[in-house]
Write a protein that binds this ligand. Structure first.
Ligand SMILES: [Zn+2]
Length: 122
């Protein structure tokens, strides 16, 4: 991959990482705020417990995305960015344009997904 493209993807990854950090920080603040609230009755409490669980799940999803971004930045340093983790062939640019942190080429992603579907079905 040429340096200009690489820089473009790197900038997007770094920007996204910043966004996620800010969002997760907000989610944690919100979660703490809800956790510290006084409750009037069990319904009120159940409502808030639900909200905390929801906020936690959201944070988890963002942190997982963050992990993929860190890995992608690591691959940039290692010089293997843009190569499929399974077959080591270049990942399609149109896929990298949408998800710069993507790990697999289209063929390998399809294979993995059908494998996952099959193992869920059994
Ligand atoms: Zn592949």
């Amino acid at each position: 991959m040429d340096t200009i493209k690489l820089r473009k993807y790197q900038e997007r990854l770094l920007r996204r990482r910043e966004q996620i950090l800010t969002t997760v920080r907000h989610l944690e603040e919100e979660s703490q705020e809800v956790a510290g609230k006084r409750h009037f009755d069990w319904l009120d409490q159940a409502w808030d417990e639900n909200e905390i669980r929801l906020l936690d799940r959201l944070s988890d999803a963002y942190l997982r995305e963050m992990g993929r971004i860190e890995m992608a930045l690591g691959r940039m340093l290692a010089g293997t960015y843009g190569l499929c983790l399974a077959c080591h062939r270049p990942i399609e640019y149109r896929r990298l344009d949408i998800f710069p942190e993507i790990e697999f080429c289209l063929g390998c992603q399809d294979l993995r997904e059908s494998f996952e579907r099959a193992s869920r079905a059994s």
